[in-house]
Ligand binder design. Structure first.
Ligand SMILES: Nc1ncnc2c1ncn2[C@@H]1O[C@H](COP(=O)(O)OP(=O)(O)OP(=O)(O)O)[C@@H](O)[C@H]1O
Ligand SMILES: [Mg+2]
Length: 1081
């Protein structure tokens, strides 16, 4: 079910100022403030929307909001610009009524934003489709283009529209957009050449310099630095929140969408660049002979570049800045321009160039967006035009703007009253006269063709002779002096003679919105809007594609001596056309107000708002709306809203709505003069009546709400209770089941426990019995075994000895020994005493016996071996044994002698005839006969001698002759000295004083030293009388007695030389050195 709402629901303050009670300026402001503080920026005055600029984005323009307001009645929802746009669009679509939306307000109040909101709303709710979307997009994208060229940052608004704009959007019969037409009014072109402090030139200049690529700038001969251009004010070149570079791309993109060709865009930018260059052209005076100053271009570079951009011959333009040609009917007069005039001409050219470019842009956009079909269109016009302006210094522009606002107010009054009247007629209500202020008289003061201010200004401008702003004011003073809305100090109206708030150079007009003081300075000039013909002709000659179109009056073939229409008359006629246009349409008003002049959110400056409320004539609006009936409503919605106030209409009225309303009003006893019944609506004269109804409704709603609440609560509690009850049953059932389950499980487990205990007890009992039984059986077996054992032992005791174990042990040992000895016997080693083999012992305990057996066997084997020796051999071995005792480990020569048998008689002295003589000299048996070397005592050299050893003597004989050289009786020999080394030297030491010892001791060397000395030792000891043994002295250093001298014989190790034999050398008297070659390993 659709919920019927009303503007009156949840209202903050009052949503419609018509319902304000009491109506006064204070309550009006109070209401605006209250709503503004609650973010309600829109308020109605009847069908007029007041819009307060929130200066921040509010979440009230979302697609959901669009849907909310779509196809809803105007008063159904809280005030919104969408409600107005929807109303306008629907009556255009459904009732075929052309619409216009008039948006006014002072600069920065949000007009342009409002116009965009209206357009975007209409675009959102109208038809869709590829073609339609393209048209919509083109219409919407025309905004950024025009804003770039026509908007600028001012102190009041960072994006202030410096032109008036009226846009007709054309729709087909279905309400789909077909195209549009844009009209522009009065671009503030003076801004091109000069900007007030803190303001900027038009956005496009900054956008071009910031956003264009380096390449583009190069082609346009521009530099990115703003400061290089005289026409760009620097103090606010960069505006917070404005990104010029991005905007430039947006604008270019928008131009493409709208349908500009690439070369057109380039041409437009060239003109923009040309304007910048133009501003940089400077002049210097040049004196002429006839005492006049003529201007000359100071630096021709900028002029040259500008001429290149526009395709103008430099000399032509240069001349146009220096001379001015005035053409009368028949003659041409050329006068020079001084520097000031040259600057004036330059600026005039810049202003014209730019404003004409702007107009061209509008025309070009119109060409793109115009409807393609010729069929009848429905039209919705959107007018975004400057509101009433009252500044401290008001000039020609404010005069024009305020004139426009007067005209709009007139239209408003006319149309509002007409609409009101039409509605009364439609509804069959008696017409009551409405009192209001008609501003036609002010419009007349300004626009009257005979004596209106504009006509006077034109007359002054066209008059020959000296024309100044003062002459214009004089004229006004004479012509308009009597007018009740005109005030001037010098007028004949004596009232103002002493009014010091009115300066002499000013006049004041009492506009419907308040008094405005205009300063006449510049009126004539601005109205003339003069561009020297030389300049327009120079421009016409340019080769640039747009210039001929922009300066058609420069065409020399169409020289028109008539003055072009003045700015004022142009504006007047365009306003006239606009008014005519608007009069054919159904008006919708949006009045924009700015809450503060800080461009800040949340601040409401009452004085500022009050000022705007006044000059927007809002109080006047309310009064006009309230002059007849303050409120009207169709019967259906009215009955729906208030039916609860009467028992007969509540809850349902079954009859026509009007009758229901009549019953209702009668029941409520509303005085009949307070309302009238129309055909489809009830008209309520006074807001009080409406508020009375609303209050009753509010109370009734409260009662109804209580009733509904009561019933609802009852129902809710009942259903809740039933639900609880039902749930309780379910819960109880589940719980019981659960509890029983638990109980059952407990019993079951208890049973199991009891059962297991019982079974356990039984099992243990059984186990005990079984164990007992088993033990009994085992006991029986044991007893039986013991018993049997006893029996058997008793029976067999006679067969055992108590020492059986010892016997068995001995027997075993014997067996082992027997086996061991047999083993030894069979494994005996050979009989060789050097055989080291011996069988292994089988048991460890036999270690001692085994070792002993081995030694016994060895001794026995040796004995056996010895017993085989003969007597001689035995003597040999005894000798060898003696040698061993003497020399083993004492002399190095010994080991080599062990294997040599001791032969004794090496010379075979008894057999050899050679030694027969010698043999005969020796009495005893020769025990040893050998050749030895006798060392000469004097020089140590050797001489061979035969050494014979008998039992009594040692004989030395010549080897060749056999002649005995010396014979030493053995008792004279006291000791023999040998070295420890591997040599055969030995010294025979003789008893001092003996016969043999005359020459001293003998030093000999023998190859059979060991045998010789052993034998000598053996014989020496047996020959000794006292049984004294011969002393064998083994040492490497010993003394010998040579005659009187005691000589030391010293053995030294030497390297082998001349074979392996030792050599002897007498070193001095005391030393004889024997070098023994070291034994080779
Ligand atoms: N409804 C809105 N919501 C949010 N901000 C807004 C709204 N209306 C206006 N503004 C802010 O206020 C600024 C000024 O608005 P706008 O340009 O529409 O003023 P204007 O009345 O067109 O002024 P001018 O006469 O100088 O062109 C906008 O740039 C925007 O920042
Ligand atoms: Mg604007």
């Amino acid at each position: 079910m659709e919920v019927k709402t009303s503007l009156l629901d949840n209202m903050i303050g009052v949503g419609d100022m018509v319902l304000l009670e009491p109506l006064s300026e204070d309550s009006f402001l109070e209401n605006l403030k209250k709503r503004f503080d609650h973010n309600e920026i829109y308020t109605y005055i009847g069908s007029v929307v007041i819009s307060m600029n929130p200066y921040r984005s509010l979440p009230i323009y979302s697609p959901e909001k669009v849907e909310e307001y779509r196809n809803r009645n105007f008063y159904e929802l809280s005030p919104h610009i969408y409600a107005l746009a929807d109303e306008a669009y629907r009556s255009l679509r459904d009732q075929d009524k052309d619409q216009c939306i008039l948006i006014t307000g002072e600069s920065g109040s949000g007009k342009t934003e409002a116009s965009k909101l209206v357009m975007s709303y209409v675009a959102a709710v109208c038809g869709k489709g590829q073609e339609v979307n393209k048209v919509k997009e083109q219409l919407l994208q025309s905004n950024p283009v025009l804003e770039a060229f026509g908007n600028a940052k001012t102190v009041r608004n960072d994006n202030s529209s410096r032109f008036g704009k009226y846009m007709d959007i054309e729709f087909d019969f279905k309400g789909d957009p077909l195209g549009g037409v844009i009209s522009n009014y009065l671009l503030e072109k003076s801004r091109v050449v000069k900007q007030p402090r803190g303001e900027r030139n038009f956005h496009i200049f900054y956008q071009l310099l910031s956003g264009a690529s380096d390449d583009t700038l190069k082609k346009l001969k521009l530099d990115r630095d703003f400061s290089k251009y005289n026409y760009l004010s620097l103090d606010s070149a960069v505006v917070n929140g404005l990104d010029d570079a991005t905007s430039f791309r947006t604008v270019k993109n928008a131009m493409q969408i709208v349908g500009f060709m690439e070369d057109e865009i380039r041409s437009v930018l060239e003109l923009v660049a040309a304007v910048l260059k133009l501003g940089n052209i400077e002049f210097k005076p040049e004196s002429r002979c006839n005492d006049t100053d003529e201007s000359r271009v100071r630096d021709k570079n900028d002029l040259k570049e500008m001429c290149e951009l526009l395709g103008i011959e430099q000399t032509v333009l240069e001349r146009a800045f220096s001379y001015r040609t005035v053409e009368a009917k028949l003659e041409k007069v050329s006068t020079t321009l001084n520097v000031a005039q040259a600057y004036y001409a330059r600026d005039a050219l810049a202003k014209n160039l730019y404003s004409r470019l702007f107009s061209w842009l509008v025309t070009r956009i119109n060409e793109s967006i115009k409807a393609q079909t010729k069929s009848r269109h429905k039209v919705m016009g959107v007018l975004d035009i400057y509101g009433f302006e009252i500044f401290e210094d008001n000039s020609f522009e404010q005069f024009i703007i305020n004139y426009c606002n007067e005209k709009l107010q007139q239209i408003f009054i006319e149309l509002t009253l007409r609409e009101e009247q039409e509605e009364y007629i439609r509804e069959g209500i008696e017409w009551t006269n409405i009192e209001y202020f008609n501003n036609a008289v002010i419009c007349d003061l300004i626009e009257n063709n005979q004596n209106g201010i504009m006509a006077m200004l034109d007359e002054e401008c066209l008059r020959p002779g000296t024309v100044t702003d003062e002459t214009f004011l004089d004229k006004l003073n004479t012509v308009c002096a009597e007018h009740q809305h005109f005030e001037s100090r010098l007028s004949k109206n004596s009232k103002f003679l002493n009014d010091h708030s009115l300066p002499h150079s000013c006049f004041r007009i009492q506009h419907y919105a308040g008094k405005v003081l205009y300063c006449v300075e510049g009126f004539v000039d601005k109205n003339n809007d003069l561009l020297y013909r030389d300049l327009s002709q120079a421009m016409f000659k340019a080769t640039h594609s747009l210039m001929k179109e922009l300066f058609p009056e420069g065409n020399p073939s169409k020289v028109n001596l008539k003055r072009p229409p003045t700015a004022g008359s142009q504006f007047k006629s365009s306003v006239g056309t606009l008014m005519k246009n608007l009069q054919t349409k159904n008006p919708n008003y949006i009045r924009c107000i700015k809450p503060n002049d800080k461009k800040a959110a949340h601040i409401f400056t009452a004085s500022l708002v009050c000022h705007q409320v006044r000059y927007l004539g809002l109080m006047e609006n309310v009064r006009v709306r309230r002059a007849g009936y303050a409120f009207r409503q169709p019967y259906g919605p009215c009955l729906e809203r208030y039916k609860m106030l009467c028992k007969r209409t509540w809850p349902h009225w079954r009859g026509p709505a009007r009758e229901g309303v009549e019953v209702l009003m009668a029941d409520l006893q509303v005085p009949t003069e307070e309302f009238s019944y129309g055909r489809s609506k009830i008209f309520i004269r006074n807001p009080r009546t409406l508020f009375f109804l609303e209050e009753r409704r509010r109370q009734c709603l409260q009662d109804l709400a209580t009733l509904i609440q009561k019933i609802y609560r009852g129902w809710k509690c009942r259903t809740h209770f039933l639900l609880l009850k039902k749930s309780q049953v379910v819960v109880a059932a589940w719980y019981r089941r659960y509890a029983q389950q638990k109980k059952y499980q407990r019993i079951k487990s208890a049973t199991t426990v009891v059962q297991s205990y019982a079974r356990g007890w039984q099992a243990r009992k059984l186990l005990r019995e079984l164990k007992h039984q088993k033990r009994c059986e085992e006991a029986v077996t044991t007893i039986a075994a013991y018993w049997h054992g006893t029996q058997v032992r008793r029976e067999y005791r006679k067969f055992f000895r108590a020492n059986a174990g010892k016997k068995i042990y001995n027997f075993t040992i014997q067996r082992i020994m027997q086996k061991y000895f047999l083993g030894v016997k069979s494994g005996l080693p050979s009989m060789s005493p050097v055989d080291k083999n011996w069988p292994a012992r089988p048991y460890r305990f036999l270690d001692a016996a085994h070792a002993q057996l081995r030694s016994i066997f060895h001794l026995w084997r040796c004995k056996k071996y010895r017993s085989q020796f003969s007597q001689e051999r035995k003597a040999v071995y005894q000798e060898k044994l003696e040698a061993s005792e003497l020399f083993k480990d004492k002399k190095s020569l010994y080991p080599s002698s062990v294997s040599q048998p001791f032969k004794g008689d090496y010379l075979e002295i008894s057999k050899n005839p050679k030694y027969q003589k010698l043999n005969s000299c020796v009495e005893e048996k020769v025990l040893l006969a050998d050749v030895v070397n006798k060392i000469n005592r004097a020089n140590g050299k050797g001489a061979s001698r035969i050494l014979l050893l008998t039992k009594k003597n040692v004989v030395l004989a010549d080897q060749k002759t056999g002649q005995v050289k010396a014979s030493v009786a053995l008792p004279d020999l006291i000791s023999v000295s040998v070295s420890t080394q591997n040599d055969g030297f030995f010294a025979l030491k003789l008893k001092e004083g003996s016969a043999s010892a005359v020459k001293g001791d003998f030093l000999l060397s023998s190859e059979h030293l060991i045998e010789t000395i052993t034998k000598l030792h053996h014989i020496g000891s047996t020959a000794s009388d006292d049984g004294e043994q011969l002393d064998i002295n083994i040492s490497d250093e010993f003394l010998v007695q040579f005659k009187q001298d005691k000589v030391c014989v010293k053995f030294i190790q030497a390297a082998p030389k001349n074979g392996n034999s030792a050599s002897c050398k007498r070193k001095n008297n005391r030393l004889l050195e024997v070098s023994v070659p070291a034994a080779t390993a």
